[in-house]
Design a binder for this molecule. Structure first.
Ligand code: NAD
Length: 483
């Protein structure tokens, strides 16, 4: 069992109170790690270190900050096998997914912002012949960065990289369920010579370490990714203190399959959009809307492809579908399958835990739920309205384009949608009407790090990515010169 440490002022540090949380391995249910149960004292120490580091770091030339971030990216690459294994063990996700998605993307996040800061420009606004305005952008100070468990290093680095690239210092709180790659990132930062205090990592429960970070008066910028209920609590705590906030929250994303979709080409991508990472990606499509003319044939082909997913030990290279993050989350997902039945849904595939005999002996006490497909439910029912965040999708027919748009928009969330059609005019028309922050057409999770990323309505406030992130982590100042 490994013991995780906080990373404060460039050093690994045990929690001030000496208390730890036990973190099991999702694939086995056995013990995996001891995680610091940090509290306000640890957060205060981390914020003090970040505050002290801010002045020199914010005056460090962009080229030097860039060099250090590129060195962190190289450090991630150099340890990618080890990091992928840590991520797989912590989350239950297939090692292959961690190797091909999570870890390369974490390195890409650092590379992207390391080079972005070398190419920025700010605005100028000449006022007739009277004055010249120009905009200065300065880092805001200590940023508080809070991230979830589903894409641990991927999402944590998506916040850390723009925050420190732009000259802020940071205190990051990873999910208490997935501390290991964050711990390794602290080691990498020390190895490459990132000045102490520029990045600090505090592990612990949201209600303790997370809330203390949000509450700290010296943390004036907060970037949060996680559940909508948590986002609301953070917004409530931060609002009276006028903190700058971005909230990346939950989703209940529609996947709209038109009759002319090229399923020979795209069925694997549609399966992936539903069940990648066991459905534990905020962007996964959980409401699959299918044009009535192809509904039955689509359902047959889709269920056939899903039934062939290789479920098993996440550490085995051939495994495509692993375990859920925790016992509690498994219970929540199974509860939603019960609810789907109560609401009149027909389970056409899965519908419960993976039978232990289908798993290797090591994994028989792990938190596995079979990929599940439910039909026969209306859009208004709870199964179709609430975020399950697991391997459960509904498949529902629609008859007209207008009906598809109405069904896609029948949600309090608005994170992402995918459209599958060969009709480009229709793709543009529907993309324009569907109320989500990202619309993919004939693809899913195809990411360009320059584009604005975020959600509408209950899926969040603000955008990450590219210039949006650079703007978020900097304070604009207008200078007006009279001519
Ligand atoms: P969560 O909200 O329970 O926790 C997220 C983080 O917030 C964790 O680090 C947690 O410790 C911390 N936290 C909890 N309570 C807190 C509080 N009161 N104050 C401060 N911090 C607190 O979410 P989760 O279960 O870890 O992640 C799953 C959720 O994240 C899903 O809803 C999913 O859709 C969402 N998510 C969204 C995106 C996105 O980009 N929109 C990406 C990934 C995950």
């Amino acid at each position: 069992m490994r013991t995780i440490a906080n990373y404060i002022d460039g050093r690994q540090a045990p929690p001030a109170g000496g208390e730890y949380l036990d973190k099991p391995e999702p694939a086995t249910g056995g013990p995996l790690a001891r995680v610091p149960a940090s509290g306000a004292a640890d957060v205060a120490a981390a914020v003090a270190a970040a505050r002290a580091a801010f002045d020199p770091w914010s005056h460090t030339p962009a080229a030097e900050r860039s060099r250090l971030l590129l060195a962190i990216a190289a450090g991630i690459d150099a340890r990618s096998d080890e990091l992928a294994r840590l991520e797989s063990e912590d989350t239950g996700k297939p090692l292959t997914l961690a190797r091909t998605l999570d870890i390369p993307r974490a390195a890409a996040n650092f590379r992207f912002f390391a080079t972005a800061i070398l190419h920025g420009a700010t605005e100028s606004h000449p006022t007739d012949h009277q004055a010249l305005n120009y905009t200065l952008r300065r880092p805001r100070g200590v940023a508080g960065l809070i991230s979830p468990w589903n894409l641990p290093l991927y999402l944590l680095s998506w916040k850390i990289a723009p925050a420190i690239a732009t000259g802020n210092t940071a205190v990051a709180k990873p999910s208490e369920l997935t501390p290991s790659t964050a711990h390794a990132l602290g080691e990498i930062c020390s190895e490459v010579g990132l000045p102490p205090g520029v990045l600090n990592l505090v592990h612990g429960l949201g209600a303790q370490a997370g809330a203390a970070l949000v509450d700290h008066p010296d943390v004036r910028t907060i970037s949060f990714t996680g559940g909508t209920v948590t986002g609301a609590a953070i917004a409530k705590a931060a609002a009276p203190k006028f903190k700058k906030l971005t909230l990346e929250l939950g989703g209940k994303n529609p996947t709209v399959v038109f009759g002319d979709a090229n399923l020979d080409r795209d069925l694997p991508a549609i399966v992936r959009s539903a069940f990648a990472n066991q459905g534990e990606i905020c962007l996964c499509g959980s409401r699959i809307l299918v044009e009535a003319s192809i509904y039955h044939s689509f359902l047959d082909r889709f269920a056939g492809a899903v039934s062939r997913l290789a479920i098993g030990d996440p550490l085995e290279p051939g495994t495509e579908f692993g375990a859920l993050i925790s016992e509690g989350h498994r219970a929540k997902v199974l509860g939603y399958l019960d609810l789907a039945r109560e609401e009149g849904g027909r389970v056409v595939l899965g519908g419960g835990p993976v039978p232990p005999e289908r798993l290797p002996p090591r994994c028989r006490s792990g938190y596995f739920v079979a990929p599940s497909i439910v039909t026969g439910l209306s859009m208004g029912c709870r199964t179709n309205q609430e975020e399950i965040f697991g391997p459960v999708v509904t498949v529902t027919p629609f008859h007209t384009e207008a009906e598809a748009v109405a069904m896609a928009n029948d949600s309090n969330y608005g994170l992402a949608a995918s459209l599958w059609t060969e009709n480009l005019t229709r793709a543009h028309r529907v993309a324009e009407q569907v109320q989500c922050g990202t619309i993919w057409v004939n693809c899913w999770l195809l990411r360009d790090l320059r584009v604005p990323f975020g959600g509408m309505r209950q899926s969040g406030v603000g955008r990450e990515g590219g210039d949006e992130a650079i703007r978020f982590f900097t304070e604009p100042k207008n200078v007006c010169i009279k001519l």
